[in-house]
Design a protein around this ligand. Structure first.
Ligand SMILES: C[C@](O)(CO)[C@H](O)COP(=O)(O)OP(=O)(O)OC[C@H]1O[C@@H](n2ccc(N)nc2=O)[C@H](O)[C@@H]1O
Ligand SMILES: Nc1ncnc2c1ncn2[C@@H]1O[C@H](COP(=O)(O)OP(=O)(O)OP(=O)(O)O)[C@@H](O)[C@H]1O
Length: 286
């Protein structure tokens, strides 16, 4: 039986994000387009026979019990009654709280990985439903296909997007998602758009005007990146991105990035790097 598995947990971008309404429970109805990046955290899972879930290495400042990887493992244990445990090592590369979905992606990789290591045999629908209990962004990472999303982000329609490279910038500012969703200044009644109108140039990030106003550092970074290409916020920020024609063009732009910010170039992926890896694993574990 396989005992250890190392899996990527990729970042995502929201290529646009509109808020179209609000549910009775306060959650917002969205339209968004998710694409994955070939820029990822790395999760190493090792089976424990004593049933304990431990996180020997992981995100700084995130207490073990609150880590989405630990919560994902405990949830899977709870619903399947699996007597096995796991050590979960998380090598963080994705800036935290930046709208790149790192925590959600880590959780999805744990669900997919432990489902195999523990041989729980939950199908993808069951894993996505478990993921949704951990966060609105988890299901898309569980499913692993670029997607048009509606509802709170869980109604996913797979799409194939043209290949693209992106410059991503983290202005080193933490923007709390829940605080932004509660802003009175958010546009909450955007008319619904379609993939065709997105490709025709429609699609903004509803959080962007509010974030630019509250966080001048983010506005400054957006202005800087806009000199080179169309810059937009991803998720609720604070990271921003812009499409570029090649890796080289992206690297050239980053050469003049002010030191105070962090940036990287990454390629968009229709199939998540997690699923690319799962697809080449021995069929016994697929
Ligand atoms: C902004 C996005 O990243 C876009 O992909 C997601 O919608 C946010 O997903 P997430 O970080 O997984 O968010 P969650 O942990 O589920 O929710 C954090 C908080 O944001 C608010 N929230 C979240 C999602 C949503 N559709 N409506 C909301 O109002 C809720 O107050 C919630 O308590
Ligand atoms: N494994 C983890 N990695 C990162 N953050 C985690 C993890 N587990 C819990 N968290 C908590 O989740 C918060 C949000 O982290 P994350 O990196 O997913 O944000 P994000 O990229 O803004 O996500 P989103 O786009 O879903 O809003 C962090 O500030 C942290 O407190």
């Amino acid at each position: 039986m396989m005992q250890t598995l190392t899996l990527p947990a990729p970042a995502k971008l929201n290529l646009f994000l509109h808020i179209t309404g609000r549910r009775a429970d306060g959650y917002h109805l969205l339209q968004t387009l998710f694409v994955f990046l070939d820029f990822a955290d790395e999760i190493t899972l090792t089976v424990r026979s004593d049933g304990a879930i431990r996180r020997p290495a992981g995100a700084d400042n995130v207490p073990e019990a609150e880590d989405l990887t630990v919560r994902a493992a405990r949830l899977l244990q709870e619903v399947t009654g699996c007597p096995l445990g796991a050590d979960i090592q998380v090598l963080k590369r994705i800036p935290m709280g930046g709208g790149l979905g790192g925590g959600s992606s880590d959780a999805a990789s744990v669900l997919q990985g432990l489902n195999r290591l523990w041989q729980c045999h939950l199908d993808e629908n069951a894993l996505a439903a478990l993921g949704l209990r951990l966060g609105a962004d988890v299901p898309v990472f569980v499913r692993g296909h670029a997607a048009w999303a509606e509802g709170v982000g869980e109604q996913l329609t797979p799409v194939v997007l043209p290949n693209s490279w992106y410059v991503v910038i983290h202005p080193k500012v933490h923007v709390p998602t829940a605080e932004l969703f509660s802003s009175p200044h958010l546009t909450r009644d955007s008319p619904a758009i379609t993939l065709a109108t997105f490709h025709g140039g429609a699609g903004l990030n509803a959080f962007q005007p509010v974030v630019e106003k509250r966080y001048p550092e983010v506005a400054e970074a957006i202005n800087w990146l806009s000199r080179y290409s169309t810059a937009k916020l991803t998720g609720s920020g604070s990271c921003l991105f812009a499409p570029v024609s090649s890796k080289q063009e992206g690297e050239k732009i980053l050469k003049s990035l002010p030191n105070k910010w962090f940036g990287f170039v990454a390629e968009g992926a229709n199939i998540s790097p997690l699923h690319q890896k799962l697809a080449i694993m021995p069929t016994l574990y697929n």
